[in-house]
Design a protein around this ligand. Structure first.
Ligand code: PLP
Length: 342
């Protein structure tokens, strides 16, 4: 049975073209720098985001944590939003791997106030009590479904530059952000020193993310990736799918976004559902269920029986995520099923 899977865009399956590319990939030992397919992916990825160099990592979490580990010294402080993936969904890894402390700011729908960042930057030699600020992190697109404005990113980057603090962009869904803004990725990544983006989400690759930055930064990160056990041998098998993801799957994100907007509009018409339509920038729809007998558990179970997989609510809201395998007909079918349950 085919399920419509709205739990996340991480559920995407590799395309037929990816499977063929993986099957045929020329590979070598990438720890020796001998894997031509991996080298091609890393070169292509660096160019695509306007950085000097790039490095393949197993997951987005790995890429973010490797960025912290590479930019910072132990005991440094990292300034970032209290609702970002690094704080909320990475198992506290920053304290274990990089050994840094996270200094969180209350975000305004994912956007950080540049002046509040400036006020928190500290120099180690300023005061005997102070840790030094090692890094600022921003997230775009944000996991709340919104895209952060380029103006906001620009002013944060300017502050980082002025105080000699690098900026890392968690761009797990960088190409969704670029699609929404109608710009090429470097228009976003010019406001960061390093960027992580996922091949495995909306772009459908089975495994992998990319960390990109200056050549010096990536050389350092490559060694630290090895330390973390992330030196992968014939990884060109995975890079082959990654190349298809970057070359052929970015365009389709537009359709995922259109389907999310349609989903939001149609769900809003249902009594008892309040969808945050103004926040649908990418492929995510958030909504709450009010004044009905339908709990989120009931919705999960009821939809499952109709061949639709969703996650239960988090923070009082349910999230539906569209992806490459979600069609417009699926969207309308899901809305019909929700209507019958609420
Ligand atoms: C998914 C995601 C990650 C982590 O990616 P994994 O491959 O699941 O580890 C990091 N940041 C954001 C914003 C994400 O959405």
């Amino acid at each position: 049975m085919r399920y419509i899977d709205l739990r996340s865009d991480t559920v995407t399956q590799p395309t037929e073209k990816m499977r063929q590319a993986m099957f045929k990939a020329v590979v070598g030992d990438d720890v020796y720098g001998d894997d031509p397919t991996m080298t091609e992916l890393e070169d292509y990825a660096a160019k695509l985001v306007g950085k000097e160099a790039a490095l393949f990592v197993p997951t987005g979490t790995f890429g973010n944590q490797l960025a912290l580990f590479t930019h910072c010294n132990r005991g440094n402080e990292v300034i970032l939003g209290d609702d970002c993936h690094i704080v909320v969904h990475e198992v506290g890894a920053a304290s274990v791997i990089a050994g840094v402390q996270l200094r969180t700011l209350v975000s305004n729908k994912g956007e950080l106030n540049p002046e509040e960042i400036r006020k928190r930057i500290r120099k180690e030699d300023e005061d005997i009590h102070y840790p030094g600020t090692g890094l600022i992190c921003v997230e775009n697109a944000h996991t709340n479904g919104r895209v952060i404005s380029l103006e906001n990113m620009k002013s944060i980057y300017g502050i980082g530059k002025k105080h000699d603090v690098p900026v890392h962009l968690d761009g797990a869904r960088l190409f969704n952000a670029a699609t929404y803004l109608g710009v090429e990725a470097p228009e976003i990544t010019k406001y960061c020193d390093s960027v992580m983006f996922c091949l495995s989400k909306g772009l459908c690759a089975p495994v992998g993310s990319i960390l990109a930055g200056s050549k010096e930064f990536i050389d350092k990160a490559r060694k630290k990736r090895k330390l973390m056990g992330g030196g992968m041998r014939q990884a060109g098998i995975l890079a082959a799918a990654g190349l298809v993801a970057l070359k052929e799957m970015r365009e389709g994100l537009k359709l995922d976004h259109e389907n999310a907007v349609l989903m939001g509009e149609e769900l809003s018409k249902i009594d008892g559902i309040k969808a945050r339509k103004e926040d649908i920038h990418i492929n995510m729809v958030f909504f709450s269920i009010k004044d009905t007998n339908c709990s989120s558990e009931k919705l999960v179970q009821g939809l499952y029986e109709k061949g639709i997989k969703i996650n239960g609510e988090e923070g009082g809201e349910v999230r539906f995520v569209t992806n490459h395998w979600t069609t417009k007909e699926d969207v309308l079918y899901v809305v019909e099923c929700v209507k019958n349950l609420v």
